[in-house]
Design a protein around this ligand. Structure first.
Ligand code: PMV
Length: 360
């Protein structure tokens, strides 16, 4: 598939007004996307667990205009209140996708959106937010073209979400989503995320992710700036090669259920992401002292308990604690006893692997 496959021809249906709602989850990368080319094309492939609890619910009410407008016509409500400062980001997104959704200027849209996770929790809402918005717009397109297949709908929703925020393309489906061309993965694409197409050992079913909110403040460095700093980064080529190799290694890990190797790859990926930030120019550190305290506690506990708990990180200070279903009691007790003390106001979110967005 190429970009042009997503440009529609004539629509078969006429619609005047209606409303669609989607709930779309966040995701946590195991192999990280960090660095991109033009048009949100990733510099390396990535893979993520789709989450379940952390999600954005978005509704779009649409009403056909008397004639095509010269600009986008929309109102935006965040958690029930008008939110003017979100509008420019949405306008940029609409501009990027207009050639793929030529009806955008034919309607007035009222976009209402809310997150399941607490406001300013330090949890990025771009993956869940942009995927929910892309899905709602696809639902409108499906009304205009009811013959569209489910497979095409999901691919195009992922394709559009990617143009809003790269990682958002991994939030349409679950439970394991891969994005970016990878020689060892059939069907993989830079344009959209695909459901991981190979065997997944049952140990990965119902995997847990307890998100420890170490620092609930605004991100110091936006991911846009972070991705840009991978241009001319001294370690960029090695890093991009490593991501390909880690995906190849994970294939075996996923089929055999080898948690020891899983942990090695996932923790190394998290630390490499932060190492890239620390070695760019300008350099920056997003981990906080409590991030490191938690990492060290996890290592000590894993050794003594012989469990398979491990961590991963996003572009921030919060820690995602990952563990299998059959260890949940022991690990959750450890989290409560030893890790919650490092969270801002003792806050954490219990999440687990999920199965993708839902139409409401
Ligand atoms: O989707 P963006 O542009 O916000 O980038 C997100 C990048 C990481 O979250 C740090 C890694 C990833 O693969 O999700």
């Amino acid at each position: 598939m190429t970009e042009t496959n997503f440009i529609p021809s004539e629509y078969s249906n006429e619609i005047s007004d209606g409303k669609v709602t989607y709930k779309s989850p966040s995701n946590i990368a195991l192999v990280k996307y960090w660095g991109k080319k033009e048009n949100q094309i990733p510099a390396n492939p990535s893979i993520s667990f789709t989450l379940n609890a952390c999600a954005t619910t978005t509704s779009i009410s649409y009403k056909k205009l008397a004639s095509k407008a010269s600009d986008y016509s929309f109102d935006l409500l965040f958690e029930g209140k008008p939110k003017e400062d979100f509008k420019p980001k949405i306008e940029i997104f609409l501009n990027r996708i207009e050639m793929y959704l030529p009806f955008l200027k034919d309607f007035h849209f009222t976009i209402e959106t809310s997150n399941s996770f607490p406001h300013s929790s330090g949890i990025a809402s771009s993956a869940s937010g942009m995927s929910a918005l892309a899905l709602c717009l696809m639902a409108v397109e499906k009304e205009l073209n009811p013959e569209m297949s489910r497979d095409f709908f999901n691919k195009k929703a992922s394709f559009l979400a990617r143009l809003g925020s790269g990682s958002a393309c991994r939030s349409i489906e679950g439970d394991l989503i891969q994005w970016g061309n990878h020689a060892d993965t059939d069907g993989s694409s830079d344009l959209y995320g695909i459901k991981y197409p190979y065997e997944l050992h049952p140990i990965f079913k119902n995997y847990h992710d307890t998100i420890l909110l170490v620092d609930k403040g605004q991100k110091q460095v936006s991911s846009t700036i972070g991705h840009d700093l991978m241009h001319n980064h001294p370690f960029a080529k090695n890093r991009f090669d490593q991501a390909h190799e880690n995906l190849t290694k994970l294939k075996r890990v996923f089929s055999e259920g080898n948690l020891k190797s899983f942990i090695d790859i996932v923790e190394s990926e998290a630390l490499t992401l932060h190492a890239m930030m620390m070695t760019s120019l300008p350099y920056f550190v997003l981990m906080k002292p409590n991030t490191l305290e938690i990492i060290n506690k996890i290592w000590v506990f894993r050794e003594s308990s012989k469990t398979n708990v491990c961590f991963t990180l996003d572009a921030g200070a919060n820690v995602h604690v990952l563990y299998p279903e059959n260890e949940k009691e022991e690990v959750f007790q450890f989290i409560k006893n030893e890790l919650v003390v490092y969270c801002e106001n003792g806050q954490y979110i219990c999440d687990r692997i999920g199965f993708g967005a839902k139409k409401m």
